[in-house]
Design a protein around this ligand. Structure first.
Ligand code: HEC
Length: 119
């Protein structure tokens, strides 16, 4: 008679202890998960592909997209066209087009592409 009562009393206590023990490691895991998600987000942000022009887009936009992927990703992950205003892109394409060694007509094509998808 004593033993079953003892078991019945002990088991709920054991359960609540088990739960409170499980909470603190979960809190640590939550913090780690947030850091992991932030890192993943940063990685995804870098890996995000710039917009692809539709097949009926102007030829210089198509060519600009091709050049953008080929030349503007050599030193850094692609800077999204939407990260800058259309009015800001000419200076940027000029500056970085030089670094990418783009010919003047290639700069014009990259500019046509980024302005198509700019802010
Ligand atoms: C030779 C290496 C190199 C190439 C090629 C290059 N960039 Fe960059 N880019 C950089 C560096 C380094 C920075 C960091 C800021 C700086 O030094 O001016 C940068 C920064 C930028 C920025 C400003 C930062 C931002 O996040 O908005 C833009 C816009 C940009 N690049 C666009 C381009 C475009 C468009 C091309 C292709 C025409 C290009 N880059 C090709 C090296 C390069």
């Amino acid at each position: 008679m004593k033993t079953p009562r003892g078991v019945k009393i002990r088991s709920p206590r054991a359960k609540s202890r088990g739960e409170s023990r499980a909470r603190s490691p979960l809190d640590f895991a939550r913090g780690e998960r947030i850091i992991a998600l932030l890192l993943l987000g940063a990685l995804w942000g870098c890996a995000e592909a710039p917009p692809i022009p539709p097949p009926d887009a102007a030829p210089e936009v198509q060519e600009g997209h091709r050049l953008f992927l080929a030349k503007c990703t050599l030193c850094h992950s692609p800077v999204q066209p939407a990260e800058h205003a259309a009015a800001a892109w000419p200076k940027l394409v000029d500056k970085y087009g030089l670094r990418a060694r783009l010919k003047p007509e290639e700069k014009a094509e990259v500019l046509a592409y980024v302005q198509q998808y700019s802010k």
